[in-house]
Design a protein around this ligand. Structure first.
Ligand SMILES: *Cc1c(COP(=O)(O)O)cnc(C)c1O
Length: 371
């Protein structure tokens, strides 16, 4: 009997994505073991944060790194750090930003659900550009002495299309001495993104979810980038009783994310890519020949990650919604991504071994039900 059984809950097969409502991702054994190890004794958490940050910075070729308790928390801490620097009285005044730069400039097309993290830290969002097009002068015109940072969201699945290239934004921001914060929560793989945005493009900070492809603790996030800004973030963060205290990171998450990053940079990502391709082939093969549906490979996935998915489209008399409901009803329920009005997408990245076939057979069985 599992804990979920005891609590009266059904485990879910996740053919959708690394999503918080479904539990993020699954931690590999070495991450779990690292957390159990950390849980076994007391430690100076401030020193642990520093040691973990230094190791992760080295592993990801960054100047510095910080473990937050989510990407969303990282956005709030990063913005606050850009406004306060390491000035202690200012740090303890946040979210009251009187006398500090209090705006986060953001593309109109980058407005998205998580930008409330900036408002949590006291900032006003200063939008520039239009949903379908943004010009350099629109960005320039939005910048002033009130600008604490420019937020840049890399998330084609959540944002509009009309944004400037990150390199253009970085060049304009650099000339003004304004930091650029990249929300790269779901931009792994490729693993090189851990240093691409900061080291190669020159953004000041980039933030990733710990509970997505890194497969660290669900309540963890990773900030990488400029050393002075990471130092300011550290002052805002727990165990200090400032903005970051209600977003505290435990010793288990600190060590867990370190183990996850260590594992991630050492993974054979090509082999993993081949495994995902194989799962997609398996799913398509198991659906082949079924009536009123068509399955094919789709690329890239919704977050723009270089990974395939199986796209299944249903034709009358089948109803996509009825099939999704059937997948949800049975035990274990299967979560899938919706595609248009008539399709579903099956993601191999969040499946466990053998679940590719289970998912495809369940879809096939649902499609064979009388309608
Ligand atoms: C998932 C996601 C977040 C939130 O990440 P958490 O680590 O769950 O806080 C923020 N921004 C984008 C673009 C995301 O995809």
């Amino acid at each position: 009997m599992t804990m979920y059984d005891e609590l009266g809950l059904r485990r879910v097969i996740n053919a959708k994505a690394t999503m918080t409502p479904l539990g993020g991702s699954l931690m590999p054994r070495e991450v779990l073991e690292a957390m159990v190890d950390a849980a076994g004794s007391f430690v100076d958490v401030g020193q642990l944060q520093k040691a973990v940050g230094e190791r992760i910075a080295a592993l990801t070729h960054n100047e510095a790194a910080y473990v937050a308790n989510s990407c969303a928390a990282g956005l709030a801490l990063a913005a606050a750090a850009c406004a306060t620097g390491t000035d202690i009285p200012k740090i303890y005044r946040v979210p009251d930003l009187t006398g500090m730069p209090d705006e986060i400039a953001i593309h109109n097309s980058h407005r998205f659900v998580f930008d409330n993290s900036f408002r949590l830290a006291g900032f006003t969002l200063r939008e520039f550009g239009l949903s379908h097009v943004t010009t350099e002068w629109q960005l320039e015109a939005a910048l002033s002495e009130r600008t604490a940072a420019i937020a840049y969201v890399v998330a084609p699945h959540l944002t509009g299309k009309g944004y400037l290239p990150l390199q253009t934004v970085v060049n304009i921001a650099r000339a003004r001495g304004i930091p650029v914060i990249v929300d790269a929560a779901a931009q792994l793989p490729p693993v090189s993104n851990l240093w691409h945005f900061t080291r190669e493009v020159g953004a000041d900070l980039a933030i990733f979810s710990g509970g997505k492809d890194l497969r660290g603790p669900q309540s963890s996030g990773l900030i990488v980038g400029r050393k002075d800004l990471i130092e300011a973030i550290t002052l805002h963060g727990s165990p200090n009783i400032a903005l970051g205290r209600p977003m505290k990171v435990g010793k288990e998450e600190l060590v867990g994310l370190y183990a996850a990053v260590r594992r991630y940079v050492a993974l054979d990502h090509d082999a993993l890519g081949r495994l995902y391709e194989q799962r997609v082939v398996t799913m398509i093969g198991a659906l082949d020949g079924a009536s009123h549906l068509h399955a094919c490979r789709d690329w890239p996935n919704e977050a723009g990650q270089p990974a395939p998915r199986a796209l299944v489209r249903f034709a009358p008399p089948l109803s996509r919604d009825a099939i999704v409901a059937a997948l949800q009803d049975e035990d274990p329920p299967i979560a899938v991504h919706l595609a248009g009005d008539d399709g579903i997408l099956l993601n191999p990245m969040t499946l466990e071994d053998g679940e590719d076939l289970i998912v495809a057979r369940r879809v096939r069985a649902a499609a064979a039900l009388p309608v």
